[in-house]
Design a protein around this ligand. Structure first.
Ligand code: NAP
Ligand code: G4F
Length: 330
């Protein structure tokens, strides 16, 4: 372990944001530690090939002892808590697991920092989410949800994340710890899991274009999301922890688009002007309660941190489809 380098510990390093963040921190000269869970994690080998500079530490957010050991090993100046059950649909089918990992896991990690006496020196980032707002009629986003908008989560995931958000703020207020939260709206890209709607579509469009499949099966096409690019958002996470004070920040684009709009642009990318013949719908991909619309107002992050997203909505769709065309074409 280098004495001089700044050290960061990322939970959820094997996920979408974890990959982008590990890359960014490494480029900035950090020594990067990442949590790896499971006795034979299927992502380990590919991860080690892509990120040979990350020190993997075995631990699980549900296992307090392993977290204490991870914090002792990494002695981090910064912790980014990205680990979670992050799929809203999955959280309906696995609500208790979601509570254990996505809610209580945060408490376990905050306690690990406190118990090991690292609270004074370690800055802590909690991955909060726009799913905490809910998008219901009485609480529509107007010009965009802000850090002070009402919360009304609509899924076991959203409820777990709201607990996580408040316990993070509670440790800041109770123990004076440097704990910040980023309330991030949907962010996507070439590392997005195939279980999320944008990547499912970009991957299917590429496969249809290459003749590997002839349609894609989706759920509800009307919900609207404020979709940005993950690379822009992990830069925002880092900026949040570099700020002089711990605080809460919304990261969003300030635009909202429906899944139908995403489909239109994605299919146009391969020269198909009408996506309808290629899309089927199945209630299996619908949720017991839906979040109809999300729209964020990133003014606070733009003003105080100087954060600005670089990739716009058409740029995001293009980037994802082109990536999947390259990967599937090989
Ligand atoms: P992701 O790709 O689903 O990654 C989730 C990560 O959590 C994976 O590395 C996973 O590890 C890890 N994990 C799951 N259970 C764990 C456990 N018990 N112990 C330790 N690690 C565990 O999610 P993402 O899109 O990168 O999102 C990162 C964070 O931001 C998540 O907390 C998510 O809820 C939040 N968020 C995401 C968005 C978005 O639009 N992407 C927006 C707002 C907030 P395995 O590889 O072992 O499964
Ligand atoms: O891509 P999604 O699964 O993302 P969702 O539910 O918005 O959650 C993502 O963003 C949150 C931030 O707002 C994060 F906190 C969370 O961790 C995750 O990254 O679904 C987007 C929309 C939903 O309305 C869903 O019902 O797409 C709809 N949808 C329609 N067909 C589908 C599908 N979603 C998925 N995953 N798969 C479908 O076939």
């Amino acid at each position: 372990m280098s004495e001089d380098a700044r050290r960061a510990l990322i939970t959820g390093v094997t996920g979408q944001d974890g990959g982008h963040l590990a890359e960014l921190l490494h480029d900035q000269g950090y020594e990067v530690f990442g949590l790896l869970r499971g006795q034979r994690n299927a992502r380990k080998e590919a991860f080690e090939r892509e990120f040979p500079y990350v020190h993997l530490v075995e631990a699980d957010l549900t296992d307090q002892t392993s977290l204490i050991q991870a914090v002792i090993t990494a002695e981090p100046h910064e912790i980014y808590n990205l680990g979670a059950i992050s799929h809203v649909g999955y959280s309906f089918r696995n609500p208790q697991l979601t509570a254990d990992i996505t809610a209580k896991g945060v408490l376990n990690l905050l306690e690990a920092v406190r118990i090991t006496g690292m609270a004074e020196r370690t800055r802590f980032y909690q991955a909060s989410t726009s799913e905490m707002f809910g998008g219901l009629d009485y609480n529509r986003p107007g010009n965009g949800y802000t850090e002070d908008s009402l919360f009304h989560p609509r899924s076991p995931y959203g409820v777990a994340k709201l607990y996580a958000h408040w316990i993070a703020r509670n440790y800041r207020e109770s123990y004076g710890m440097f704990v910040s939260t980023g309330i991030l709206f949907n962010h996507e890209g070439e590392r997005r899991g195939l279980e999320f709607v944008t990547r499912k579509i970009s991957n299917a469009v590429a496969a249809i274009h290459l003749g590997h499949q002839d349609h894609v099966v989706l759920g509800d096409l009307h919900p609207k999301r404020d979709w940005g690019y993950a690379g822009d958002y992990v830069r925002g996470m880092w900026q949040i922890l570099q700020h002089s004070e711990p605080d809460d920040f919304v990261l969003a684009t300030g635009e909202t688009h429906s899944i139908e709009e995403f489909l239109t642009l994605a299919f146009q990318e391969v020269g198909i002007s009408d996506w309808r013949p290629y899309v089927r719908q199945d209630p299996a991909f619908m949720r017991p309660a839906e979040v109809d619309i999300l729209l964020g107002d990133p003014t606070k992050a733009e003003t105080i941190l100087g954060w600005k997203r670089e990739v716009d909505f058409p740029g995001l769709v293009k980037l994802m489809v082109q990536h999947d065309l390259r990967v599937l074409g090989q």
